[in-house]
Design a protein around this ligand. Structure first.
Ligand SMILES: N[C@@H](CCC(=O)N[C@@H](CS)C(=O)NCC(=O)O)C(=O)O
Length: 282
């Protein structure tokens, strides 16, 4: 086409060079690309993850469980470097056939149990320890609704807004508008809910809050996609900011969000509380 407009062919084919900064990673097929066993530590829970919003949700929950006195939540957190393709190693794929962090191996019973998808991992852990999910039917339904709202919404923010605002090879107005609008709508959904109750599921802190904080916490701390908090005027969502400030002050949140990343202020791996103690700001 003379105006440069893309005309899709009859049948799509893979152009491996055309994937922007993720060209090395993205493929249209599943499965392992290489043999690589996963390391295994001594604790009942083995987590294979990276400190992205999806990874942080699970380490926040684990730190909250430990802070609440559930010693059985001791865990080894191993770093999966997705930019190096660790998620395509045979050991990781055997735990998560979808090749995405986080993935958990629960070795506390007679046979190891694999769990993938952050929502499934959070529910597995919350039910195992009987914590952070309301027990009454009404509260439980509200908690699971907000938990799965987050799971369904995250791709709009990450793969939609974040991708086109920060990572795509060029800035394109149409997708940035489309996903900025949707991300702001999601902020407003949460803001209105948090105008009705202290936490998302009601008056009690739950896994729904931890999951949503994994994504909205980055905007609250102004760490999401460069200057995206300003671009989306995150500060104007008053109830959301009140709630985010409360979560950010929790030791479990502060500890959990620093696990599984390289760099200053991060614990690349976590095998005991000391690994996080060592990097916490004084
Ligand atoms: N729905 C999944 C999403 C997980 C996900 O997208 N993980 C990303 C990092 S945040 C990943 O591992 N990407 C690697 C890849 O796409 O190859 C969940 O909530 O667990």
């Amino acid at each position: 086409m003379s105006n440069g407009e893309y005309v899709p062919p009859k049948v799509w084919s893979w152009d491996s060079e055309n994937g922007g900064q993720f060209a090395k990673l993205n493929r249209p097929v599943a499965g392992a690309t290489h043999e690589k066993a996963l390391p295994r530590g001594d604790h009942p829970l083995q987590l294979y993850s990276l400190g992205t919003p999806n990874g942080q949700k699970v380490t926040i929950l684990l730190e909250e469980l430990l802070a609440a006195g559930h010693a059985g939540a001791e865990y080894d957190a191993w770093l999966i470097r997705i930019m190096d393709g660790d998620q395509f190693g045979s050991g990781f794929v055997s735990i998560n056939p979808n090749s995405k962090i986080p993935a958990l191996l629960d070795c506390s019973g007679p046979e190891p149990i694999r769990v993938f998808e952050s929502g499934a991992i959070m529910l597995h852990l919350a039910e195992k320890f009987g914590a952070f999910v309301p027990r009454d039917a009404q509260g439980r339904a509200e908690c699971l609704s907000w938990l799965f709202w987050q799971m369904g919404s995250a791709p709009m923010i990450g793969a939609g807004f974040g991708h086109f605002y920060a990572y795509a090879p060029e800035k394109m107005e149409y997708p940035i508008n489309r996903y900025a609008m949707e991300t702001k709508r999601l902020f407003d959904v949460a803001d209105r809910r948090l105008g009705e109750s202290r936490y998302l599921a009601g008056e009690d802190y739950s896994i729904a809050d931890m999951a949503v904080y994994g994504w909205f916490g980055g905007f609250y701390r102004d760490e999401a996609y460069g200057d995206a908090a300003t671009f989306l005027d995150f500060a104007s969502y008053k109830n959301l900011n009140r709630w985010a400030g409360e979560l950010e002050s929790r030791p479990g949140v502060q500890r959990g969000r620093r696990v599984n990343r390289d760099g200053e202020g991060w614990a690349p791996e976590r095998h005991s509380a000391a690994d996080i103690d060592a990097i916490m700001p004084a």
